[in-house]
Design a protein around this ligand. Structure first.
Ligand code: PLP
Length: 452
């Protein structure tokens, strides 16, 4: 029963990215038992709209039996075997080939992990290794961006540009630098002001010395940082800067991959191809843990040429057969059911809905979305782009009002922002988008009455 589970939860379960003290007061009040499409059902039988695809990962939607069947089939046949030295299996080989077909440019080679953090750590280690074996061991610094989120392992925590995530560990891994991101928290700004963030990357490379920089790493659209969509020319400029200084460009497509933005990968919106790409989440729609780093043919060729001896990097679950089999089926269904095209179309519906909220509510501004990755902000004065006092917790209140109405969304409050993020499964329908907008409408109305 629920009371018993909540007691056990308090006593025995340390939850990720949660307030330890709040959990001790209330437990985890929502205990889900089933999922179907965009909906989650809790122990009381109440249905919730999963407006975040849980952790931006259940791209295909909940309850797909085909994925469960493939997992069972693979477990019955070969639940696990190693992919270390001299060993391989068909699901990992086929998935690596499929990813090569899907990825842009000549990103043709995959190294598998269990998730996004491991993928980013692996990417960082691989690019450092690449430079080292080529004879440039001093090329080890990695430039990431403020408000960037890359995970919670030691390397990916250090790559993350959100100070809240640094606070827990008394020291970070060395050789990470944080460039500004194209987002201005408060006050008026132009597109040109935002583009300055790209020039800051150039300045950073020059002041540190290009011969010390291994890579620049960025999410095409920052997710946890607040759905930060770059100006049109930003990534083209970043690509040029990286080329000019011989710096490798790592795209963290952990959220933006596998159709989230209405294209297979996020950077395709700007026709920019990275040298290295990390993926996770939507690769398996969260049905099993899986991630990967993809490297291009040149890096692969150079590694073959120079990387003598054993590559001392590999997880027990690098290329788990069940994970790979499920990912293959997940990608097949995403393609067959044209879910990426649906994400693009439903993205337009979402855009209309967000604009409607902006027209109707004085506090709603800076609405934005690319496909089914969207956000709106709550602003004290949206013409001047000024913020509410952080102590008011406006975004948190909106999230709570949504939850009361059975919609799960998340707020982003770093640097005093009040951002509400939305990222539903790609299988969503027009009617379901309308339901979400209508809940947002009511939730914002409820909070606005307390503000003025
Ligand atoms: N990179 C990005 C952009 C993410 O959003 C996340 C997780 O939210 C990660 C990396 C880390 O992935 P994981 O939680 O699977 O380790």
């Amino acid at each position: 029963n629920k009371a018993e589970l909540i007691e056990l939860d308090k006593k025995h379960f340390l939850h990720p990215t949660s307030s330890i003290q709040a959990q001790q007061k209330t437990g985890a009040p929502l205990v889900f038992t089933e999922g179907n499409g965009i909906y989650l059902k809790d122990m009381e039988g109440d249905m919730y709209i999963d407006g975040m695809s849980s952790l931006w990962n259940v791209n295909i939607g909940h309850g797909r039996k085909e994925l469960a069947e493939v997992a069972a089939e693979q477990m019955n046949k070969l639940a696990f075997s190693s992919t270390f030295s001299g060993f391989s299996h068909e699901p990992a080989i086929r998935l690596a080939k499929k990813l090569a077909d899907l990825a842009p440019g000549n990103l043709n080679v995959s190294f598998f992990t269990s998730g996004g953090s491991e993928a980013n750590d692996s990417a960082i280690k691989l690019v450092r290794h690449y430079w080292k074996v080529k004879g440039f061991p001093e090329r080890k610094k990695v430039i990431t961006r403020k408000r960037g989120y890359h995970g919670v392992s030691m390397g990916s925590t250090s790559a993350t540009g959100i100070p809240e995530f640094h606070a827990m560990t008394t020291s970070l891994a060395p050789d990470f630098l944080y460039a500004p991101t194209p987002y201005i928290v408060e006050g008026e700004f132009t597109e040109e002001d935002l583009m300055k963030a790209a020039q800051e990357v150039r300045k950073m490379i020059e002041s540190e010395g290009p011969e010390t920089i291994a890579a620049f790493m960025a999410e095409p659209i920052q997710g946890a940082g607040g759905i930060i969509v770059p100006p049109e020319k930003y990534f083209e400029e970043i690509r040029n800067i990286c080329d000019e200084y011989g710096v490798l460009f790592i795209a963290d497509e952990v959220i933006t991959g596998f159709g989230r933005t209405g294209k297979m990968f996020g950077l395709e919106h700007w026709d920019v191809v990275p040298d290295v790409m990390t993926i996770a989440k939507g690769i398996s729609s969260g049905y099993v843990p899986l991630g990967a780093v993809m490297i291009n043919d040149e890096i692969h060729r150079e590694l073959i040429k120079y990387s003598k001896g054993t590559l001392f990097h590999g997880f027990t679950y690098s290329g788990h057969p069940v994970g790979c089999a499920v990912a293959l089926k997940n990608i097949e269904l995403i393609e067959e059911e044209r879910l990426i095209e649906n994400a693009a179309e439903m993205g337009q519906e979402l855009e209309k809905g967000l604009k409607y909220l902006e027209e109707k509510h004085w506090s709603v501004g800076r609405v934005r979305n690319v496909g089914l990755l969207g956000a709106f902000e709550l602003l004290a004065d949206r013409d001047k782009n000024t913020r509410f006092d952080a102590t008011q917790g406006v975004a948190g209140k909106v999230v709570q009002e949504c939850l009361k109405r059975n919609l799960i969304v998340r707020s982003v409050t770093y640097e005093g922002t009040d951002i509400i993020a939305i990222a539903p499964p790609l299988s969503i329908t027009k009617e379901e988008i309308k339901d979400i907008i209508s809940i947002f409408d009511d939730a914002v109305s409820a909070v606005e009455t307390t503000l003025k």
